[in-house]
Design a protein around this ligand. Structure first.
Ligand code: GDP
Ligand code: CA
Length: 304
């Protein structure tokens, strides 16, 4: 069994590649829920949905989120009414959020609903929200305190951040399934997801960081930052704003003593010695997953 700490897009790509080179039923993802929100009374879980849709082959590559072949009739009507149409939810995607919200009202947990949606879409990877308790990532910015989607979607993450807080995380519990995966998996992988806003909310849940540290030799991480830049999103900028270098080395320092083996891109080969001097093993390979062949090569390095 292999377990992958996961955000959205970066993690979904690695999970898809791993599924190509191993039995996906032996793969578990522990997924960030700090981006989750309630809008129009609906519970929306962006990272869980991105992974589910990607592994089902339904992801919209043009947008980078949501479902392919989507239509927008509900949003157009909502916009005409003057409703909150800034957070785009496609017509088919809305069915996911309606289903989830109703099931939660009936007493199902987020873990239950995630399993139901994955099963419906034929996804064999076990997807586990890190916690069934509410956790919300918030940003302290020059415009005041912003919720995740106010920062990410409304402001296009183009605002100066002085701090990131994961509200609710002190009282949130990792689920039993998550605890078991952290204890029993042969290998724990940190996906090339945004360290600050995708992986950190998972690590802050009580017991998770300690579980990784205790198993450091079995922890493998892939850097999401290549040649000092994120492939997408604000990971590089957020690292700098929070006082870390925007580089693979900055990511190494961000995770500290949790990671036994680092996988960095060929373009960053010159950083390998500095990472080794911090006490970790280093593998250098292609880490850009745009080409399926490269993604599979990376997946094999993760498993080797
Ligand atoms: P989000 O929750 O959808 O924003 O996605 P994640 O946090 O999972 O992933 C965003 C991060 O993934 C960015 O920092 C990207 O640099 C990184 N990323 C995306 N695709 C790739 C890839 O092919 N290779 C690597 N190494 N990183 C990637
Ligand atoms: Ca996300």
């Amino acid at each position: 069994m292999i377990t992958v700490l996961s955000g959205g897009v970066g993690a979904a790509r690695l999970l898809r590649a791993l599924s190509d080179v191993m039995d996906p039923s032996e793969l578990t993802a522990i997924v960030n829920v700090g981006d989750d929100l309630v809008l129009h009374g609906l519970t929306i879980c962006p990272d869980l949905d991105t992974i589910t849709y990607t592994l089902a082959g339904l992801n919209n590559d043009e947008l980078g989120w949501g479902l392919r072949g989507e239509t927008w009739r509900v949003m157009d009507e909502l916009d005409a009414l003057g409703g909150a149409a800034w957070f785009r939810l496609g017509d088919r995607d809305l069915a996911t959020h309606l289903y989830r919200s109703q099931r939660l009202t009936e007493g199902a947990s987020k873990t239950d609903v995630t399993r139901e949606l994955a099963t419906h879409h034929g996804v064999k990877v076990t997807l586990l929200p890190v916690s069934d308790d509410p956790i919300a990532t918030e940003f302290l910015t020059e415009d005041g305190r912003l919720s995740f989607q106010e920062y990410f979607v409304q402001r296009h993450h183009d605002v100066v951040v002085s701090g990131v807080e994961i509200t609710g995380v002190e009282s949130a519990r990792a689920t039993n399934d998550v605890e078991r995966a952290l204890e029993q998996s042969a290998r724990l992988v940190i996906a090339p997801s945004n360290p600050v806003i995708s992986i950190n909310p998972i690590l802050q849940v009580r017991g998770v960081r300690e579980a990784l540290r205790a198993r450091r030799d079995d922890v493998v991480a892939v850097s999401p930052i290549i040649q000092g830049a994120a492939l997408k999103g604000p990971a590089d900028r957020l690292m700098r704003e929070l006082g870390y270098e925007s580089s693979a080395l900055g990511v190494v320092d961000f995770y500290g003593d949790l990671v036994g083996t680092w996988i960095i891109d060929e373009a960053d080969a010159a950083l390998a010695d500095a990472i080794r001097s911090r006490g970790a093993r280093v593998e250098v390979t292609t880490t850009i997953m745009a080409e399926p062949e490269n993604a599979r090569r990376l997946a094999k390095v993760v498993l080797s």
